[in-house]
Ligand binder design. Structure first.
Ligand code: T4K
Length: 385
């Protein structure tokens, strides 16, 4: 049963995603520089400046800018030459697993932990002990980090590559160390919905000199830097326009993380007492989280409404809540056909039925949060299941 909304709560849609825009005067100057440089793409001056600045910010030796994180993950898998069955979570964006298929490998889906929503290392250990495994691809979800130390131990023991999809974790830390230098390499997304925004964009980071050369050769069809042997080339080049956006966004990063943190705190305050609803908090309070996503968990019985009905009511009010990640990747074609290539997915299945994301980013202020939460509170005991 749906409810009829006469006038939505918000006149314009409020989205999940950062959608940060730089200051216009600054942008005009930056883009004029592209005209002055007369250079559009292929490892141009702005991409080189971005790579240097990112390396310094992240504390990693090599940053290879990419056209987006999906391409970055595909090129990363080829640069690492991963083969066979690769452990990855199913509770992630489809691109994580499909990058493996593109590279000719197969995802072996492993369940995630209840607290962080990242790979469950006990289950990873069980999988590597009982299966032929060629590597591990972890995902730092919602700015929480994987249990890097345990995963590194497992990867070392089995002599297999370990790398990370860090699309959600730009600016985040683990035990005080910035995400970017864990495992063999890490891949960031600079999509418009992310905290660092190039419109579309991403990068691969590594401390390994040879791997960096392979990444550059695949990314640019050999066109950038020393030539090394690679299985085939691709085009993951970042344009100067993307780099200009990313450079401006990097200047705003501290401001945007602080704004997100305050918005998250407002959500915590206004959602506080609603029964059957839990706001996901960072799994480590000692580390930096970018609060890129506002994630809540709905218990249908206690809240009095299912997650899906709540999303519908919110969307009718121009609150464009999302259901990341439903269905989980192991239940999407063609992966559901390979039922032996997965662990029990108890946590993943529950999360994909209970979680939703609320609007965040540059268009959401305290007043929006108050209105959204008041609406959610009024729906909580409405009896619509
Ligand atoms: N790994 C993980 C764990 C990921 O989450 C992602 C992507 C990747 C890898 C791959 O990264 P990229 O290849 O994208 O760099 C979004 C994003 O497109 C995607 O980047 C993100 N994760 C995923 C979780 O969500 P959609 O299709 O749900 O949302 P999208 O892009 O349509 O944006 C949401 C809404 O925001 C739109 O309906 C309208 C609004 N919007 C969006 C843009 C881009 C605007 O108003 N203006 C805009 O410019 O995928």
């Amino acid at each position: 049963m749906g409810r009829k909304v006469v006038k939505p709560l918000f006149d314009n849609p409020l989205h999940v995603g950062q959608l940060n825009f730089p200051n216009w005067e600054k942008a005009e100057k930056k883009f004029r520089k592209i005209f002055d440089n007369k250079y559009y793409t292929n490892h141009g001056p702005m991409v080189r400046e971005l790579e240097e600045k990112l390396a310094e910010y992240l504390g990693v030796k090599h940053v290879v800018a990419m056209t987006n994180a999906t391409i970055g993950l595909m090129i990363a898998a080829k640069a690492l030459d991963v083969k066979g069955q690769i452990i990855c979570p199913s509770f992630t964006f489809l691109a994580t697993a499909q990058s493996l298929s593109w590279a000719g490998a197969k995802p072996f889906f492993c369940d995630v932990e209840i607290g962080s929503h990242c790979l469950d290392t006990q289950k990873v250990l069980d999988v590597v002990e009982n299966n032929e495994i060629g590597g591990i691809l972890g995902v730092h979800l919602w700015g929480n980090t994987c249990n890097v130390e345990e995963l590194e131990k497992i990867a070392r023991q089995k002599n297999i590559p370990l790398y990370f999809d860090a699309a959600h974790a730009f600016g985040c830390t683990r035990n005080g160390v910035k995400v970017g230098s864990f495992g063999s390499l890490e891949v960031f997304s600079f999509h418009a919905t992310k905290i660092l925004n190039a419109g579309e964009g991403g990068c691969v980071c590594t401390n390994d000199d040879f791997l960096a050369k392979r990444l550059r050769n695949i990314r640019s069809s050999y066109g950038a830097g020393e030539i090394v042997e690679i299985p085939f080339t691709g085009n993951g080049r970042m344009s100067e326009i993307q780099a200009a956006m990313a450079l401006m966004s990097l200047e705003d990063i501290d401001f945007n993380i602080t704004r997100n943190k305050n918005v998250h705190a407002s959500y915590a305050r206004y959602l506080g007492d609603i029964r059957g609803l839990k706001l996901l908090m960072p799994s480590s309070l000692d580390d930096i989280n970018n609060f890129q996503y506002v994630v809540i968990e709905i218990d249908k019985n206690d809240f009095g409404m299912s997650r899906d009905s709540l999303v519908q009511c919110l969307v009718e009010n121009n609150i464009m809540a999302k259901k990341y990640f439903a269905p989980p990747v192991h239940l999407i074609y063609p992966f559901y056909e390979d039922s032996e290539l997965r662990t029990q997915m108890n946590v993943t299945n529950v999360l994909s039925e209970k979680l939703l994301q609320l609007p965040s980013g540059s268009f959401v202020d305290e007043l929006c949060v108050e209105k959204i939460c008041t609406l959610i509170g009024s729906l909580s005991s409405s009896g619509i299941l």
